[in-house]
Design a protein around this ligand. Structure first.
Ligand code: HEC
Ligand code: HEC
Length: 203
């Protein structure tokens, strides 16, 4: 059954993707949820969650060969703490090792370096330890994600040196799955379909 809302969204998407892969098919809630699943495979990847951690401010070293027995994700070595500043200003600043300059990052296990001040995101952008539905609800609402609107999210994907590094981390690190344009496309489908999250009451 096509609701008026669905028809309007369908029309928008047909325009936005005219000639593209989605021209024939008006996206519905199911397509938007599937697009969210694609977004979630990225935002739950260690190249993103090692920084997108909670209030403790301890960055992680997951997926880098430091795993030990047990379910706990390995924490950053050397007792590094980002603290409230999120850049370790209170103890040892991240830049002591993660120099803020573009780098090939081709030395395995060297501290990654990018052309931005290496730091943890604000606490409200934490993803580690949250379910897909929890991150979904957090990201769709500017009030719960550091005031990022859907357009801001897409712009951030396009411009952030952190995101660019996550998809091309160098030095034998496993990259985040897919590509930035693919993630932006999934975001567009999710937004056009009304940013549904698993567990929402059915419209
Ligand atoms: C080195 C740490 C670091 C890594 C790694 C990192 N981020 Fe972030 N991320 C940040 C910071 C810091 C911000 C806050 C905005 C800013 O200062 O640029 C942020 C903000 C964001 C936001 C803004 C919205 C929000 O509510 O979370 C998105 C989206 C995002 N990052 C996506 C990603 C993705 C996708 C990856 C992995 C491919 C990733 N980040 C990896 C540090 C990181
Ligand atoms: C004393 C040096 C040092 C300091 C200070 C330091 N780091 Fe690191 N960091 C490293 C090294 C070395 C690695 C690479 C570990 C590896 O690849 O096995 C690393 C890796 C990381 C990773 C994992 C990246 C990935 O591949 O997923 C994150 C996240 C991270 N650091 C965050 C931080 C943050 C945030 C700060 C500041 C609060 C910080 N680091 C301060 C040395 C440092």
């Amino acid at each position: 059954m096509i609701s008026l809302r669905g028809a309007i969204i369908g029309g928008t998407i047909a325009l936005a993707y005219a000639g593209g892969a989605f021209a024939q098919e008006a996206p519905d809630r199911a397509a938007a949820l599937a697009a969210w699943d694609d977004i979630h495979t990225v935002v739950s990847h260690p190249r993103c969650t090692n920084c997108h951690v909670g209030p403790a401010g301890v960055p992680l070293w997951e997926g880098l060969g430091h795993e030990e027995a047990g379910d706990q994700a390995p924490v950053h070595g050397m007792n590094i703490l980002a603290d409230e500043s999120r850049i370790g200003a209170e103890t040892m600043p991240c830049r002591t090792c993660h120099i803020s300059a573009a780098s090939e990052n081709n030395v395995p296990h060297a501290p990654p370096m990018i052309a931005d001040a290496w730091r943890l995101p604000p606490i409200e952008m934490a993803w580690k330890g949250k379910t897909s539905a929890e991150i979904c609800v957090q990201l769709r609402d500017p009030d719960s994600n550091g005031a990022f609107t859907p357009e801001d999210l897409s712009d951030h994907l396009r411009t952030s040196a952190f995101v660019a590094w996550g998809f091309d981390p160098g030095a034998g690190r496993e990259a985040a799955p897919g590509s930035i344009p693919e993630m932006q496309e999934a975001l567009a489908i999710w937004v056009a379909g009304g940013t549904p999250c698993a567990g929402d009451p059915h419209p």
